[in-house]
Design a protein around this ligand. Structure first.
Ligand code: PLP
Length: 448
């Protein structure tokens, strides 16, 4: 890699001068100018390259510049770059059909959106129309997006500054075996007590007022919280008992992240609405959507759906989605993810957890893992406090800086480091990345 410091300066100048960034105090950030990427790697203008262990924002499932996706977009741009949503379009229809083919039986319709937030926004809208009820239950420790309803559903600090949010959302605690909100000492107890808590929430909020429960199948940014056995099946049962729509937010975990088309397929449960985005086309062109069960779809056979988007089912985005299906099937991506998760990542992270005094827990599935950093394995005191920033967050910032210095771009959140590389990563690069993380953790061990 050669450095191009004048390009670096020019990109920085335009960015710092004019780009207003997400979730940030604008004067306190220093965005990395990125010159290019290929596969699991991207590089800057200063001659540094990074293994992308965050898959950007856990969307880049097929890696940077996948030739099949790029070619599909180029081909589509040459034939029909855009078409409005009330017309029928070949790639839009093909992608919708292919999504339904990998969804459980009884899902035959897809409503396309521009991303994950508006997928959740519209799933909630469908549930409200279908049930005639308004309230929605969502978990603490969740992220569902930044539009009005989606941020109100969110159970993390990003909601706080957006409040007062939609008053028709109530939050509940989901399972978190390592820091059980229910004082459970086994996964079975976590499931039983978590379901009892959810049922009490439903009863006390008023079952007849609740349109939907929305759950990230595996909680993503807020911790890679894998539900204990039986939990999601119990949610399904409660939703059936009380006439509530079960929305599975599969925005981060759908399309192969854990080695399934949809993550709930690993948990033997079927929701009523499935929301997706990110991995559907690796974010090459913005795309999200809602997969709709027949029962809910039938409601809108004669009643108009009161929602729409100019770019719903954009042909460039859908062409990249169709190519994604072709690559997944041809290259056995789901099998590869399951294999790398069980054979390479899981054993290595468990070994790292035994050896490093700062690693309290390592958990995950497929190519979706978190290690939770602590000051004391016994008390489980987090390495940095919940919602830490500035000086409080310094020990985590040191771990992230050590990763970057060694050529790995990490995903960190509060006291956790997540491992979510592209699903196409070479095994050698995967092992090299885990070696880098292993070394970087010495920066956390110092605080034990
Ligand atoms: N839901 C989950 C679980 C997510 O992880 C995200 C984004 O990170 C969203 C929804 C929002 O998606 P988007 O940023 O595409 O609106």
């Amino acid at each position: 890699l050669t450095a191009d410091l004048s390009a670096d300066a020019a990109v920085r100048a335009d960015d710092r001068g004019h780009v207003f960034h997400s979730w940030s105090a604008q004067a306190l950030i220093d965005p990395l100018p990125v010159a290019g990427g290929a596969g699991s790697t991207f590089w800057d203008y200063a001659g540094n390259s990074y293994l992308d262990f965050a898959s950007q924002l856990v969307n880049l499932n097929l890696g940077h510049q996948h030739p099949d996706l790029v070619a599909a977009i180029q081909r589509q741009a040459g034939r029909l770059a855009t078409i409005q949503p009330s017309m029928a379009n070949d790639v839009r229809g093909e992608l919708a059909r292919r999504i339904c083919e990998v969804a459980p039986d009884g899902f035959e319709k897809v409503f396309f959106t521009n991303g994950g937030a508006d997928a959740n926004e519209n799933a909630v809208r469908m549930a409200r129309q279908f049930t005639g009820r308004r309230k929605v239950l969502a978990m603490y420790r969740s992220y569902h997006g930044n539009t009005a309803t989606a941020i109100a559903l969110t159970g993390d600090p990003r909601r706080w500054a957006n409040e007062p949010a939609d008053g028709s959302v109530a939050h509940f605690f989901g399972p978190y075996p390592y820091r059980s909100p229910f004082h459970a000492v086994s996964p079975e107890e976590e499931t039983a007590r978590g379901l009892e808590h959810l049922e009490q929430t439903i009863v006390l909020e008023g079952a007849s007022t609740i349109a939907a429960v929305i759950i990230e199948t595996i909680v993503g940014t807020n911790g890679v919280l894998v539900p204990p056995p039986g939990y999601l099946a119990g949610v399904r049962e409660l939703c059936d008992r009380y006439g509530i729509v079960y929305i599975a937010d599969e925005v981060m975990v759908g399309f192969g992240r854990i080695g399934e088309w949809f993550a709930f397929q690993a948990f033997d449960v079927v929701p009523d609405l499935i929301t997706f985005a990110k991995g559907v086309n690796s974010g090459y062109v913005p795309l999200g959507g809602v997969v709709i069960s027949d029962r809910i779809a039938a409601h809108f056979d004669t009643v108009p759906f009161p929602g729409g988007l100019t770019y719903s089912g954009h042909p460039l985005a859908c062409a990249a989605g169709v190519a994604t299906f072709e690559v997944f099937e041809r290259d056995g991506i789901l099998e590869r993810v399951r294999d790398l998760g069980t054979r390479v990542v899981g054993p290595r992270l468990r070994e790292i957890a035994r050896r490093h005094p700062s690693v309290g827990d390592a958990r995950g599935i497929g190519l979706f893992w978190a290690i939770e950093l602590v000051r004391d394995k016994h008390t489980r005191e987090p390495l940095v406090p919940f919602n830490a920033s500035g000086a409080d967050a310094a020990p985590m910032a040191a771990v992230a800086a050590a990763c970057k210095k060694a050529g790995l771009w990490p995903f960190t959140h509060f006291n956790r480091l997540h491992i979510a590389p592209p699903l196409v990563i070479d095994e050698d690069d995967l092992v090299r990345g885990l070696d880098i993380i292993d070394n970087a953790l010495h920066a956390a061990d110092e605080h034990v």
